[in-house]
Design a protein around this ligand. Structure first.
Ligand code: SF4
Length: 285
């Protein structure tokens, strides 16, 4: 093990992967495009500052995002890429002071966000995995990925992200198989699906309250507005699942794997929803 105390190691990693808007220069509010279909009142081009972004990089409607029809903002998670680019890559220099480098900063943020997302999943894998050989492999991949995040912007832009992501995905898939198998003691979940949309399992609006989803493979599943009230999702792999407006009141996600704050923020939960320790209960639930 790279660090003697793995629990502290994971805690530190999770801390560095949490959004800290105070240390960012509103990168997500500028670099990304917005689409009406994804929880924004209007479309916005990538690279154009949102009209609600103030000169001090704070959001003028931060306290009322959902009321203002900006659900997409609450469901977005940069995995700490914003503060990393602002404070580490560019040493505290913002894009307003450096307009000639602004586009490069936005592009760097988009790549950093992907690297930090991989780090989130790898940290999750480290948490979920019992096998010491695979744990060692995960730790090495985490260290390799952290090294990439510390490169200069010019080198970040040249990264072969596809090949790095493939290596990360191989580890995540291996972890998913082990966790799901162990959760169900070798038995499969009762989840059945035939319909897909663009290759993704389609459960849009489905009533899954009585389905055994322990250890289920829900990778990339469309669970928009699905009814998951009271469901036990222990050991279920939710990587890339679309949980917008999914009803997870009373559901148990404590030991679900590869779930993110963005997915949680976009779903409908309550005080009885059980979350993994690394995630925070949204204030509007
Ligand atoms: S509404 Fe606020 S949080 Fe959302 S993009 Fe605009 S400035 Fe950023």
């Amino acid at each position: 093990m790279i660090y003697e105390n793995e629990v502290n190691y994971r805690k530190e990693l999770y801390k560095s992967l949490k959004i800290d808007c105070e240390k960012c220069f509103g990168f997500c509010c500028v670099a990304l495009y917005f689409s009406k279909t994804e929880g924004f009142p209007n479309d916005k081009d990538a690279g154009k500052p949102c009209i609600n972004l103030k000169s001090d990089f704070k959001c003028s409607v931060h306290k009322n995002l959902r009321e203002k029809g900006l659900k997409g903002c609450t469901a977005y998670d940069c995995f700490g890429a914003g503060q990393k680019v602002a404070q580490v890559t560019y040493g505290g220099k913002d894009w307003r002071e450096n307009p000639q480098r602004a586009n490069q900063m936005f592009d760097t943020f988009l790549i950093m966000r992907q690297l930090h997302e991989m780090l989130w999943y790898l940290t999750n894998a480290l948490n979920a995995q019992d096998n010491s050989i695979i744990k060692e492999e995960i730790s090495h991949m985490i260290e390799e990925t952290i090294k990439l995040t510390n490169l200069e912007d010019i080198n970040i832009m040249k990264l072969d992200l596809v090949s790095h992501r493939n290596k990360v995905n191989a580890i995540l898939s291996k972890t998913s198989e082990v966790v799901r198998y162990n959760t169900n003691m070798g038995r499969k979940s009762t989840l059945k699906w035939k319909k897909t949309i663009a290759g993704r399992p389609n459960f849009i609006g489905a009533d899954l309250k009585k389905t055994n989803l322990r250890g289920a493979d829900l990778r990339g599943a469309l669970l928009i507005a699905a009814d998951l009230r009271g469901v036990d999702l222990s050991g279920a792999d939710l990587i890339g699942a679309d949980l917008r407006d999914a009803d997870i009141r009373g559901a148990n996600l404590t030991n679900s794997i590869f779930i993110t704050q963005g997915q949680i923020n976009g779903a409908k939960g309550d005080s009885n929803t059980k979350l993994p320790v690394a995630l925070t209960r949204p204030t509007y639930w």
